[in-house]
Design a protein around this ligand. Structure first.
Ligand code: SF4
Length: 216
């Protein structure tokens, strides 16, 4: 835990969070509290059997990043690499997401990255509405702990989980929607962009706008 806290404090200091120097004790204990809650949540999901996805997972994937992030990227579910490594967005789509975040001049560690479903669906199929509903309370707990200002939803499946309706992402990407006091920004899933390279510039611009919204 101490090492994790030191790592996050180092990242936040690099990002210019000066209050860590002036109110260090307070900031550290808040960070420690958030990390502790995330760690507890991680233990719960590793044991979770609320939906059938537990049967084929190697491990559940909670998410990773800054526990005080203003912006959270949310996809639909872990894939094969994520299931193996226990980290979100580390496969080809994740590498594209990381590259595009870095192209905006920011670092991946500055934000929090997670998925609606914490366990990998067999053969990377789309999670069912029931599986997303079963897992959504864990995401809500993450939102309560991290308290991001903006949620960047990657792809139509993540958007549907929040908006409870079908979302045609090619038509609705770029929309900003108020959701329970937070700003929800809709864009493509990086896996879609891997299949449709022409959409890369649009995804990049969307990521840039989501970051601007988070810091405005
Ligand atoms: S996907 Fe979510 S609800 Fe389903 S078993 Fe995994 S952690 Fe539990």
């Amino acid at each position: 835990m101490k090492e994790q806290i030191k790592k996050h404090i180092r990242i936040l200091q690099e990002l210019g969070y000066e209050y860590l120097y002036t109110e260090r004790g307070m900031a550290e204990s808040d960070l420690e509290e958030r990390l502790k809650k995330l760690e507890e949540l991680n233990k719960v999901i590793q044991e979770c059997k609320k939906c059938d996805l537990y049967k084929s997972r190697k491990q559940a994937v909670l998410g990773e990043g800054n526990p005080e992030a203003k912006l959270m990227f949310i996809g639909e579910a872990p894939g094969g690499d994520e299931d193996k490594l226990g980290r979100p967005f580390v496969g080809r789509a994740g590498k594209l997401l990381t590259r595009l975040i870095e192209a905006t001049g920011h670092k991946r560690e500055e934000f929090y990255i997670t998925n609606i479903c914490k366990c990998r669906p067999p053969e990377n199929r789309t999670p069912t509405p029931w599986e997303m509903e079963a897992c959504f309370p864990y995401l809500k707990q993450q939102l309560e702990i991290i308290q991001p200002k903006v949620l960047c939803l990657l792809g139509s499946t993540a958007a549907r989980a929040f908006l409870n309706r079908h979302v045609a992402i090619t038509k609705e990407r770029g929309s900003v929607i108020n959701w329970e006091g937070k700003l929800v920004y809709l864009t493509y899933h990086p896996a879609y962009v891997l299949r449709n390279p022409n959409a890369e510039t649009t995804l990049f611009e969307d990521i840039k706008k989501a970051i601007e919204l988070a810091y405005s």
